[in-house]
Design a protein around this ligand. Structure first.
Ligand code: TPP
Ligand code: MG
Length: 365
């Protein structure tokens, strides 16, 4: 009997709880308490308004290139709020809501995309790593945090965000492999937003789903409707509980959509149709969740307006703090942070630059 089917021990599921009209599957609805439900709604809206503001700031030349999260608010916020303070969060670069939830200032994204090191400064006491633009290079770091927790018998977990494109990188596969072998408390959270710049996900992988990639590494995976905050929350909660109890890693594929540009340096009309974008606009996670909350009588028109006003106020205050930072910063700090000891030619360049800044009145003598 040389040929037979090999039994493969793994579980790959699909989970969706809210339909596009905001109607939940009653048996699966986690029925989050009213204040937690509203907190999540508010966080998603804050991420959306902050995101819109950052696009405008870039168009006005007030920050550099910006990578938006529009459409991905449920995927990142509903997974982020599952993490406890002693868990670790490892970002890619489209998760501003999670970062705000974890204690980063609202303006951290402006600082980061504005080119300031301060955008990478993890607030004191927050167990996060900074944003990471080099694709998938954060994944081994997240796996390593999981390994450290395992070695120290620390009963927490690491949540690592990455994109669909990042699943083609060696860093992702090496981390999945290591996490599987050592049963590390890591959640690999893939935001499958259908695109890696101009590469559609069907050209990214021949795998039927990204969630299936867990099979070869010997642990569980789940595909969730990434525009459904309840499904994202439940899947992440289960993965976190399992990881904290020593049950090992989980791969979560959140199927979502990048409703905006890849970055402000991109023109998506060159490679995708308007009809596709319109289809996904119907699945807007914030609208869908809002409908659900109104049906549960947790949200009403007056409260929605109040939250909108509060969120807009927070974004305005964040922009003001960002602009104050821009006014107060010494531009010659651009030479800092790269070298422990600055090479002689850069010392000379910095001195020359500072002379120019003094001449132009930006710096005092
Ligand atoms: C190692 C590396 N290669 C290439 C790039 C250029 N790049 C920036 S974003 C991106 C696509 C990433 O796609 P995905 O992982 O799906 O994340 P998304 O941008 O969709 O959130 C690429 C190729 C990079 N930043 N890092
Ligand atoms: Mg992508």
């Amino acid at each position: 009997m040389p040929r037979k089917k090999l039994p493969v021990k793994t579980k790959v599921e699909y989970l969706s709880i809210l339909d596009e009209q905001g109607v939940p599957d009653a048996a699966l609805d986690p029925k989050l308490k009213g204040d937690k439900s509203l907190y999540l709604y508010r966080l998603m809206l804050l991420a959306r308004r902050m995101d819109e503001r950052c696009i405008n700031l870039q168009r006005q030349g007030r920050i550099g290139t910006y990578g938006p999260c529009r459409g991905q608010e449920a995927a990142h916020c509903a997974s982020g709020i599952v993490m406890e303070p002693d868990d670790w969060v490892v970002y890619a670069f489209r998760e501003p809501g999670t970062a705000i939830h974890r204690g980063w200032p609202v303006e951290h994204a402006m600082l980061f995309w504005g080119g300031f090191e301060d955008g990478c400064r993890v607030p004191n006491g927050v167990k996060d790593l900074p944003l990471c633009v080099p694709i998938a290079s954060q994944v081994p770091h997240g796996m390593g945090l999981g390994w450290a927790m395992k070695l120290r018998n620390d009963p927490h977990c690491a949540l690592v965000y990455l994109g669909d494109g990042a699943t083609s990188e060696g860093d992702f596969h090496e981390s999945m492999n290591f996490a599987g072998v050592y049963k590390l408390p890591v959640i690999f959270f893939v935001q499958n937003n259908h695109w890696a710049i101009s590469i559609p996900v069907h050209n990214q992988t021949a795998s039927e789903t990204i969630a299936h990639k867990c099979v070869a590494y010997g642990f569980d995976g789940i595909q969730v409707d990434g525009n459904d905050p309840l499904a994202v929350y439940v899947a992440t909660q289960e993965a976190a509980e399992k990881a904290r109890k020593g049950g090992g890693p989980t791969l979560i594929e959140a199927v979502t959509y990048r409703m905006s540009v890849h970055t402000t340096a991109d023109d998506p009309t060159k490679y995708r149709s308007e009809a596709e974008v319109k289809t996904w606009e119907q699945r807007d996670p914030i609208h869908r969740y809002g409908k659900y909350l109104r049906k549960r009588r947790i949200l009403n028109e007056a409260l929605e307006q109040q939250i909108e006003n509060e969120v807009q106020g927070e974004v305005k205050a964040a922009v003001e703090r960002y602009e104050a930072h821009c006014r107060n910063v010494d531009p010659s700090t651009v030479f800092d942070h790269m070298h422990a000891e600055l090479p002689a030619e850069l010392v000379a360049q910095r001195a020359e630059y500072r002379r120019c800044l003094v001449q132009e009145g930006v710096l005092k003598e």
